[in-house]
Design a protein around this ligand. Structure first.
Ligand code: 5GP
Ligand code: ZN
Length: 114
């Protein structure tokens, strides 16, 4: 047993507002949303970040990316959405269990150039 928050959500030791659940993946609403829709999509397998992935994870990573637009549409994001994967401390990652943010609604450009 590890102490990871997202593993605790997978093991149902912590509550979450689930939007998707299968043998490999889980998706739930972010506890602190930055937009009207903010979903967290995770593999049930504890992978720390993209930096810890390898060729054995090809199918799992592909499955996550293919699921993202389906979840976005289910949330009403018919016009598009943003996916973010923060990797490592330098990438702003705070929860060290690989996850994809699926964000949408009225969102600004990601990078502003003045
Ligand atoms: P990171 O910065 O690691 O890419 O993003 C972690 C995300 O997980 C943050 O957006 C944060 O709000 C969310 N989060 C952290 N703890 C919990 C939790 O216990 N439940 C849920 N649903 N989201 C969480
Ligand atoms: Zn974990």
């Amino acid at each position: 047993m590890n102490n990871c928050i997202f593993c605790k959500i997978v093991r149902r030791e912590m509550p979450s507002q689930k939007v998707y659940d299968d043998d490999d993946l889980l998706a739930f609403h972010d506890i602190n949303p930055v937009a009207q829709v903010h979903i967290i999509l995770i593999p049930k397998l504890h992978l720390v970040s993209l930096m810890e992935t390898n060729d054995s994870h090809t199918a799992l990573l592909g499955k996550m990316l293919l699921l993202a637009p389906k979840l976005a549409k289910e949330q009403g994001l018919n016009n598009g959405f943003r996916t973010i994967i923060n990797t490592g401390k330098g990438g702003g990652q705070e929860v060290f269990h690989l996850h994809i943010h699926i964000i949408g609604g009225n969102i600004p450009p990601m990078v502003r150039r003045d």
